[in-house]
Design a protein around this ligand. Structure first.
Ligand code: APR
Length: 229
């Protein structure tokens, strides 16, 4: 089976009702990203960050995978699909995708502030000051904040280098190092990008499908019909 690597961003979950970041009325229009999604903000006002991520976690739980997520899970019948996502929601997993690498963390998890190897699946969606890890230190959202290392980047690069086909879905390619992943795709492979408002200045080799994720993945499946084996 050919390996289809997907790089997804917030646009992947837009049709599930989860706001993107840099679109019109995106999340960063309402909040100052450095006030709610940076390690400095966590040290300054942890309660604010816990509330911000509680709200996003509750919204995620009220959302459902959209057609784009479901079709990607369906594609596992014909391709070795590996998803690398910048999203912190669990919609790819809930749609049935079995290989999902989260570059920027996961809303469903919390981790120790003393020992980052201690990661817990959250039972209660509302985190608060006083929720402690087994070593007695405050729990924090298992999210990669601005100013922090993207620890999964090496794994994502290795995975991208093994792709037979790459498809970028729903990301403005604004945030590095994630945005740089497309440069690690083997030179000879087909690269697709699904986005109703595709980023400008894309490399000429990228085949743009200017649609929302749901319709875009359906078009991708048609395009891939002649490469599946
Ligand atoms: N289907 C597909 N793409 C869509 C849709 C849709 N229904 N709606 C919007 N888009 C596209 C937009 O045109 C845009 O190019 O999704 C992209 C969303 O871009 P951003 O809001 O910048 O989100 P993303 O690229 O995922 O941000 C990267 O930045 O704030 C940080 O950590 C955060 O992971 C995030 C990172």
């Amino acid at each position: 089976m050919k390996r289809l690597v997907i790089l997804s961003g917030a646009g992947m979950s837009a049709e599930s009702g989860i706001r993107t970041f840099r679109d019109m009325n995106g999340l960063w229009e309402e909040y100052d990203v450095m006030e709610v999604a940076s390690i400095q903000a966590w040290h300054k006002n942890p309660e604010l960050l816990l509330r911000f991520y509680n709200d996003r976690r509750i919204q995620m739980m009220a959302s459902h995978p959209n057609q784009g997520h479901l079709l990607l899970a369906e594609l596992e019948k014909s391709f070795d699909v590996r998803i690398i996502t910048q999203n912190v929601d669990d919609l790819h997993e809930r749609a049935g995708s079995r290989s999902v690498l989260h570059l920027h963390g996961e809303l469903t998890k919390a981790r120790s502030t003393k020992d980052p190897s201690l990661v817990y699946l959250l039972k209660n969606p509302e985190m608060k000051i006083g929720d402690l890890c087994e070593k007695g230190s405050q729990l924090r959202p298992h999210i990669v904040w601005f100013g922090e290392e993207v620890t999964e980047m090496e794994n994502a690069i290795e995975l991208t280098q093994t792709a037979d086909i790459l498809c970028v879905i729903g990301t403005s390619l604004n945030v590095y190092p994630a945005a740089g992943l497309i440069n690690y795709a083997p030179r000879h492979i087909p690269v697709f990008l699904i986005d109703p408002n595709p980023p400008a200045h894309l490399p000429g080799r990228i085949q743009v499908i200017p649609e929302k994720a749901g319709k875009g993945v359906a078009i991708l499946i048609e395009r891939l019909k002649d490469v599946a084996e």
